[in-house]
Design a protein around this ligand. Structure first.
Ligand code: NG6
Ligand code: CA
Length: 527
């Protein structure tokens, strides 16, 4: 499936010399980057905004991006009625840093502690910070998050049995209904606004990512209790027949049922839309699919030949369809801007034995792209990205380079708000590109999977980076290597031919630019 990276013999020495030079450090060159295409657009009225955020859904996982082994009519409808972006990026190749950047407009690599969080972590976005919801709230929108959070809650020593704070409310959301961390991490309960839903005070919750708490059986000791077995990790507290990452005890009446999660979250999302139909609203709907554990509702079981991973895609599509149906029913479709995208690229086996590898068949979750979740190759962060706004946006396809990190500045522009100078240091106003008025997006973008990479025009540069080249358990190439890599994504979207040795000047220039963008604290500012 993967193409091996090799330097042709005659070029190897040059490439090694270049690598050594790059690793030794360089003098920086001046930046030519300007701010993103700014737009003189003004919207006729404030549209409702629904940001539908899938989890681990790959560039090739849906019909409108080429999948044939799974039907995704609702997502495909968004593509037909809106703009399908071919070069749109999540800000990182895992969930927490990607969502952090999405909401704050700041690349997560700038801030420590933004890697994949445990379910016991404190909130990593400072209360009062300028975020997508705070800007829209300021503009008069009612704001909500429904679904996966994974940005931490509380101050790091959270008691789940009392008021949960700080949380989404402190960064601009009027309403929240959360899966606190991930589906595979404790605590396996929903949090609505500042409290656990359905918590019985006589059965308090305790959560630990260190020593075991309580007496609940764990997967490592009681595999006979499991309906889905881990393939790696995921062998601690058993909830609903599935062992998770971390320990929890108590909260039995409040524990979720994985098979009902899509229904529960979608119902809350639709209810928020219904309740706010008379005023502009912003809904960040971050459903669980297609993250592990993949336990779609029985309505979807068997709807593909790919097992739970494929069936979870069908369930995700159903979630989207319910939102579209609600908007149609309420007469809001025309005046609602929907953005559909994913938090990072695809993974097949992400830690449970769910037949995803065995039944994958010819389906290619990342499409033509190399790598997937966790990877610095394109499969890590280039994701489906669709924009529909019937009253304003003409359907089509766009190759503009856009990042989820740009939503802050772009939606601020759309809603007539100006950002404080220090807000969203990496967010560019790409409203014109997002609405299809311009084919021009960013001139550069940083890709982040632990190590960084730089996209500039059609070029993609990966500086030498230490570490394993393949993550064994998930069988994904990381993009690491002790040599520079340069790819022409226009000719070679699969990153098969490393051209670093052919274009040493370009490698040096891109290396210097990436260093400068990385260290100057903002990619929006020119030096
Ligand atoms: C990994 C988990 C994986 C997933 C990921 C975060 C193991 C072995 N693997 O550590 O299953 O939860 O973290 O995924 O525990 S993300 O989409 O939320 O970033
Ligand atoms: Ca994810």
């Amino acid at each position: 499936m993967f193409t091996t990276m090799t330097f042709p013999c005659s070029r190897t020495t040059a490439a090694r010399g270049l690598a050594a030079h790059l690793l030794a450090g360089l003098t920086t060159i001046g930046l030519t980057a300007g701010p993103g295409a700014s737009s003189a657009l003004s919207a006729d009225s404030r549209p409702n905004i629904v940001l539908v955020y899938a989890d681990d859904l790959g560039y090739g996982d849906v019909g409108c991006y080429g999948a044939t082994a799974v039907a995704t009519p609702a997502i495909d409808r968004l593509a037909q009625e809106g703009i399908r972006f071919t070069d749109a990026y999540a800000a990182a190749a895992t969930c927490t840093p990607s969502r952090y950047a999405l909401l704050t407009g700041e690349y997560a690599f700038r801030k420590r502690g933004t890697g994949v969080l445990s379910g016991a972590a404190g909130m990593i976005i400072e209360p009062g910070r300028t975020t997508v919801p705070s800007v829209l709230q300021q503009a008069g929108y009612r704001t909500a998050v429904v679904g996966k959070w994974h940005l931490g809650l509380g101050d790091g020593s959270l008691d789940w049995n009392v008021e949960i704070k700080p949380g989404p409310r402190e960064i601009g959301f009027d309403y929240s209904f959360l899966v606190p961390a991930t589906g595979d991490r404790v605590p396996c309960v929903y949090v609505e606004n500042s409290g656990v839903v359905g918590l019985d005070p006589t059965d308090p919750i305790a959560v630990s990512y260190g020593r075991k708490v309580g007496t609940d059986p764990i997967g490592a000791e009681h595999p006979e209790l499991l309906k889905m077995h881990p393939s790696h990790g995921h062998d601690r507290t058993i909830v609903n027949g599935v062992s998770r990452i971390g320990y929890m005890t108590g909260g039995n009446a409040a524990r979720w049922v994985d098979e009902d999660m899509a229904d529960v979250l979608t119902e809350r999302a639709v209810r928020f839309i219904e309740q706010n139909r008379e005023q502009p609203f912003f809904l960040y709907f971050a459903f669980h699919d297609i993250h592990v554990p993949r336990l779609p509702n029985r309505r979807f079981v068997g709807s593909t030949a790919m097992g739970p991973r494929g069936d979870a895609i069908v369930q995700a599509d159903w979630c989207v369809g319910e939102i579209l149906a609600a908007l149609d029913r309420l007469g809001l479709a025309g005046q609602t801007l929907i953005i559909f995208t994913s938090d990072n690229g695809p993974v097949v086996d992400d830690g449970y034995q769910d037949q995803a590898v065995e039944r994958l068949g010819a389906h290619r979750p990342a499409g033509v792209l190399r790598g997937g979740k966790y990877s610095r190759f394109e499969g890590g962060t280039r994701v489906p990205f669709l924009v529909r706004w019937p009253n304003r946006v003409r359907p089509g396809t766009s190759a503009a380079l856009v990042g989820q990190v740009d939503l802050l500045a772009s939606l601020a522009r759309l809603s007539g708000q100006s950002l404080p100078p220090d807000a969203g240091p990496d967010s560019q106003d790409l409203l014109a590109a997002l609405l299809g008025d311009s084919a021009i997006g960013r001139d550069h973008l940083i890709e982040h999977a632990g190590a960084l990479a730089l996209r500039e025009g059609d070029w993609k540069y990966l500086p030498p980076a230490a570490g394993a080249t393949v993550i064994r358990n998930v069988n994904i190439e990381t993009g690491a290597g002790n040599f520079p890599q340069l790819y022409d994504l226009h000719r070679d979207p699969g990153e098969t031919a490393n051209l670093a040795a052919d274009y040493p000047d370009r490698v040096l220039a891109m290396h210097a630019r990436l260093e400068q963008l990385r260290t100057q604290g903002s990619s929006r500012r020119t030096p």
